[in-house]
Structures are given as structure tokens and as C-alpha cells.
Design a protein around this ligand. Structure first.
Ligand SMILES: [Zn+2]
Ligand SMILES: [Zn+2]
Length: 92
């Protein structure tokens, strides 16, 4: 779990409780009780983004790698590029 923290008192791992969207605001101080030692600790949230990049030859003058989509019903399937997800027929 990416929300796991270590209790500053007893060192036991806790999962941050995000019920009702609690604890998602950056630069706010939140508090939670350790489920193990029952001390209250405070925490701040920092949201980090994760990006994954890959080459897309079809966006650089290459051919799109069109494959049929797994749409149901099959008659509605379109050809879609597996690399950039562009549907055949659309050109941006
Ligand atoms: Zn604790
Ligand atoms: Zn493509």
C-alpha cells in the first residue's frame, strides 16, 4: 500500500484512513490514532504523480500498430493503435 506510514511512537505500520476523502489535501495537518499503541500522530500529505514514458514511433512519422479493439458486440470493434490508442480514421 502506498499510504502506509510508520507510527512515530511504536514503529508499527499503519494505513492512513482516507474515509470521506480525509487526508488528501496537501499542506494540511491531519491526525490519526495508531491502531497499535493508540497514540495520536499527525501527518501531512504529499501527492506524487507517477509517469511512464515510452517511444511512439507512430507519432513520429511511423505506422500506427492498428489492432481490432475488444469491443462488444464484435461488430462495433474498431481498429485502434496499440501504442497511442488512436482510432483508425481519426487524424489529429
Ligand atoms: Zn503506535
Ligand atoms: Zn499510434
Amino acid at each position: 500500500m502506498m499510504n502506509d506510514v510508520e507510527c512515530p511512537y511504536c514503529g508499527k505500520g499503519s494505513e492512513i484512513n482516507h474515509d470521506d476523502g480525509y487526508g488528501y489535501e496537501e499542506d494540511e495537518i491531519y491526525e490519526q490514532e495508531c491502531g497499535n499503541c493508540e497514540n495520536i500522530f499527525i501527518f501531512t500529505t504529499s501527492i506524487s504523480f507517477y509517469y511512464e514514458v515510452q517511444k511512439a514511433a507512430c507519432k513520429n512519422g511511423g505506422e500506427h500498430d492498428y489492432q481490432k479493439t475488444h469491443t462488444f458486440p464484435p461488430e462495433a470493434a474498431r481498429m485502434q493503435c496499440t501504442v497511442c490508442q488512436e482510432k483508425e480514421g481519426y487524424r489529429r
